[in-house]
Write a protein that binds this ligand. Structure first.
Ligand code: NAP
Length: 303
């Protein structure tokens, strides 16, 4: 199916398209593979398409989509933060983490959700066979959108310790300050006590021995960047979760495994955020294994 644009929203969407992934770029999104497999399996008469919208057109796009016969849409890079002010209602988690990746459209009203956080936690549990709350965490890329969202959610869940690391350290410092200021006021899920620390990117080798799980939420490795020499500090007792994913082992996963660590990339996170979005849209269990097979096939990977 071709990538749709704002012009398509002004006219008619192709008849059966009732769900979309909205981003810029969206050409390579694997979400259509996950959701179209589920729709087909459940004999639902809808299709999930791609819509490319530039940041400056996002508000217009949301207004046009509001009045189309859409069930909802996913929001991806770079619009997750902007989307939170374009919906009429935010569910409590989306409000607290400050980002929307799933929208439900109902009777002209837009409801914003975030399923990335729970997707991350489900992916970590499946990858390593243990709940994330048992780990002391180093979060690389804590200043980016995905990192900030993950940091807040992990603190809400009560991981014992989190070290926020970002190339631009001031962003991690600001995040730590916001978390310390706002976490206890979390309305329906009072934060358990997480020890929050900030470290410079160069200090990773010093942090490494003090954590169990390293999460990469930075885009390092997305463009086959060289692995930082500081990563040598990763060892066999570490778990390494890379939010980045691709057809092959990501450079960071490859490196972590070469140091003896157990490592997983972000494909399962993508799966589980999609499963949760599907269940929000349709109010029934998603066919997880069908979606998993479709995703792994589309990503060119073995299941
Ligand atoms: P973003 O808001 O643009 O943030 C990018 C982050 O990466 C920032 O922390 C940035 O640091 C850091 N960074 C970029 N290049 C770097 C480098 N060469 N060395 C060290 N740090 C570097 O992006 P995002 O939305 O947070 O996404 C981050 C990554 O997570 C992307 O690869 C995305 O695909 C992935 N992700 C995956 C899933 C999934 O379902 N698996 C979901 C969400 C995101 P500065 O602040 O210093 O610029």
């Amino acid at each position: 199916m071709r990538v749709l644009t704002l012009e398509d929203l002004r006219k008619e969407l192709p008849g059966d398209v009732r769900l979309l992934v909205v981003g810029d770029p969206v050409e390579h999104s694997l979400s259509p593979a996950i959701h179209n497999a589920a729709l087909e399996y459940l004999s639902l008469p809808h299709r999930y398409g791609r819509l490319r919208i530039a940041a400056e057109d996002l508000a217009t796009g949301f207004e046009l989509m509001r009045n189309r016969e859409l069930i909802g849409w996913n929001v991806t890079l770079p619009h997750k933060l902007a989307a939170k002010v374009l919906v009429d209602f935010l569910n409590p988690l989306a409000e607290r983490v400050g980002a929307v990746n799933t929208v439900v459209a109902k009777s002209g009203r837009l409801f914003g959700y975030n399923t990335d956080c729970e997707g991350l936690v489900a992916a970590i549990a499946e990858s390593f066979g243990q709940e994330v709350t048992s780990f002391r965490v180093a979060l690389l890329g804590a200043g980016g959108g995905a990192g900030q969202t993950a940091a807040r959610y992990l603190c809400e869940l009560g991981v014992p310790r989190i070290v926020l690391i970002n190339r631009t350290m001031s962003k991690a410092e600001q995040l730590a300050e916001r978390l310390r200021d706002t976490l206890p006021q979390s309305p329906d899920q009072p934060a358990k006590s997480t020890e929050i620390e900030v470290a410079a990117w160069d200090a990773f080798p010093v942090v490494c021995p003090t954590v169990d799980l390293i999460i990469n939420a930075s885009s390092l490795g997305l463009n086959n960047d060289a692995v930082d020499p500081g990563f040598d500090a990763i060892g066999p007792r570490h778990l390494f979760f890379d939010m980045v994913y691709g057809p092959q082992e990501t450079p960071l996963v490859h490196f972590a495994r070469s140091k003896g660590a157990r490592a997983a990339d972000g494909l399962l996170m993508l799966l589980f955020q999609g499963v949760l979005a599907f269940e929000i849209w349709f109010g029934k269990p998603a066919p997880v294994e069908v979606m998993r097979r479709a995703l792994f096939a589309a990503a060119g990977r073995k299941g």
